[in-house]
Design a binder for this molecule. Structure first.
Ligand SMILES: NC(=O)c1ccc[n+]([C@@H]2O[C@H](COP(=O)([O-])OP(=O)(O)OC[C@H]3O[C@@H](n4cnc5c(N)ncnc54)[C@H](O)[C@@H]3O)[C@@H](O)[C@H]2O)c1
Length: 452
């Protein structure tokens, strides 16, 4: 990689065109990868990139030394170790970065990475707020970066087949979709939030980043930050964004036009969580009602066993279970339903003669069952990113796709926290019927952090 080109990128001036960049990194070149955040997910994504011979781990960054030790050991090389991600972004051996820090860091790290001329794989949800997400889209476009958001179902073959099936009308008109986050966390949940490894002041400050300062509490840190709104949108943006992304893709729509949500901490789980344990969110898309159902104090299935997403079409229902899916046909009638001009259903004389049953109902489609790769596949998502770095094509889940899916879930949280029904103007990315709710589309960063 030409260092001058990199410096030009870092200054944000004289940006190389996509074409000239692709000439720099040819089809047979190895991509120098930098990893920011090597916890639970960062480690998994690192493993996925290590499966590809043309990805080389050249730099790693985390607040924790033990996570850096493990990543360095796995890397099959001698990556440079960083505690500050901005230093990693100055590293000229890094062509592309993976950002797997907590959600409240995504926007800052992503925008800085774009300005430093790195292509970016950023974990889902794309952002903590809608305004951040839009800024990320604009920055990636302006700096001509290749981007991939970690909604990895977009790269699963079985999901591609499901999308093809639904979008070509296989289910008829999909009038409703439901998705679920189900897990019984009652009675003790996350626990008291004390004990374990206490971070240094420097580390806690760098964990909090742009979020408001609060004294250290173990529940707010590793993995558990998902239960607190300053760092995450809860399960709605954690699992929910995977499902929303898939539903948008399958039904072929960009954005909802209205959202409502209701729920709360009904089970009084004994921890300091902020997110609800029980909630339902409803979005109105054009001709499709979408629901997210979160039951975290009871684990009975919401639909079929292990079903993550259910799509109800006029001709059939699709049940998606991780990488597998089934279609169960509907039976439709050639005639009318209901009280049929004085005959059949509802006519007690016909009923007494057994003539109220509509025997003409028949299926218009066949049952179908597709088995995907076990446990999904982050490798394919990583492969798609590496290929696009070289061709400069758009990735399966580029930043705009990630933004539309993330913002749909973020507005669900705003409706829930404001206890209101919200219309959504997707073009303006504003709520036309509620100015108070518009204030929740962004937040004030803690000094000295600023959205670039
Ligand atoms: N695509 C998926 O299926 C999937 C699965 C799990 C998590 N995720 C996403 O991955 C992200 C991380 O989640 P996780 O479960 O790995 O959390 P985690 O707490 O296990 O890991 C986060 C890591 O980021 C590091 N970090 C925090 N601030 C940092 C900073 N300023 N500089 C460098 N490193 C910093 C932490 O030290 C930690 O190791 C979240 O956005 C989450 O939504 C995606």
């Amino acid at each position: 990689m030409d260092p001058l080109t990199r410096r030009d990128f870092a200054r944000g001036a004289g940006l190389a065109t996509a074409l000239s960049y692709s000439r720099i990194l040819g089809a047979n070149d190895r991509v120098g990868m930098g990893f920011i955040g090597l916890g639970n997910r960062g480690d998994q994504v690192h493993d996925a990139f290590l499966e590809h011979g043309d990805a080389q781990t050249v730099a790693i960054c985390d607040l924790r030394d033990d996570y850096l030790d493990l990543a360095a050991k796995k890397s099959r090389g001698n990556p440079t170790r960083y505690k500050e991600y901005k230093k990693l972004l100055e590293d000229k051996t890094v062509d592309a970065v993976v950002i797997a820090a907590p959600d409240h860091w995504h926007a800052l790290m992503f925008i800085d990475a774009c300005h430093a001329g790195k292509d970016v794989y950023v974990e889902k949800p794309l952002s903590l707020t809608v305004v951040e997400g839009r800024k990320m889209v604009e920055t990636a476009e302006r700096t001509k970066r290749v981007t991939q958001v970690g909604t990895n179902r977009r790269s699963w073959k079985s999901y591609m087949e499901a999308a093809e099936f639904v979008r070509s009308g296989g289910l008829g008109h999909v009038t409703a979709a439901r998705c679920f986050h189900i897990h019984n966390e009652w009675p003790n949940g996350l626990g008291p939030g004390t004990g374990g490894r206490v971070p240094s002041d420097w580390e806690w400050d760098h964990w909090l980043g742009p979020a408001p300062y609060v004294p250290y509490n173990a529940n707010r840190e590793f993995y558990n930050f998902r239960w607190f709104y300053n760092y995450s949108g809860g399960q709605l943006t954690n699992f929910g964004v995977h499902y929303m992304d898939a539903i948008r893709w399958l039904i072929g729509q960009d954005s909802p036009r209205a959202v409502a949500a209701i729920g709360g901490q009904f089970a009084h789980i004994k921890d300091n969580r902020e997110i609800p344990d029980t909630m339902q969110v409803l979005w109105e898309f054009d001709g499709t009602l979408v629901a997210f159902e979160q039951y975290n104090a009871n684990s009975a299935p919401g639909s079929g066993p292990s079903c993550e997403i259910e799509l109800r079409g006029t001709k059939g229902t699709m049940y998606l279970r991780s990488a597998n899916w089934d279609v169960v046909p509907e039976k439709v009638s050639d005639g009318y339903v209901g009280y049929n001009h004085g005959h059949g259903y509802g006519n007690p004389v016909d009923r007494s003669h057994g003539r109220d049953v509509d025997a003409s109902r028949h299926a218009l489609i066949e049952a179908k069952s597709v088995k995907g790769a076990k446990g999904g596949d982050t490798m394919a998502h990583a492969r798609n990113f590496l290929d696009c770095i070289k061709t400069r094509a758009k990735c399966h889940a580029d930043v705009l796709i990630g933004h539309l899916s993330t913002s749909a879930t973020l507005i669900g949280n705003i409706a829930h926290r404001q206890r209101v029904f919200l219309e959504w103007d997707a073009r303006a990315e504003r709520f036309p019927n509620n100015s108070a709710a518009n204030r929740w589309l962004s937040y004030q960063y803690r000094a000295p952090y600023k959205l670039g």
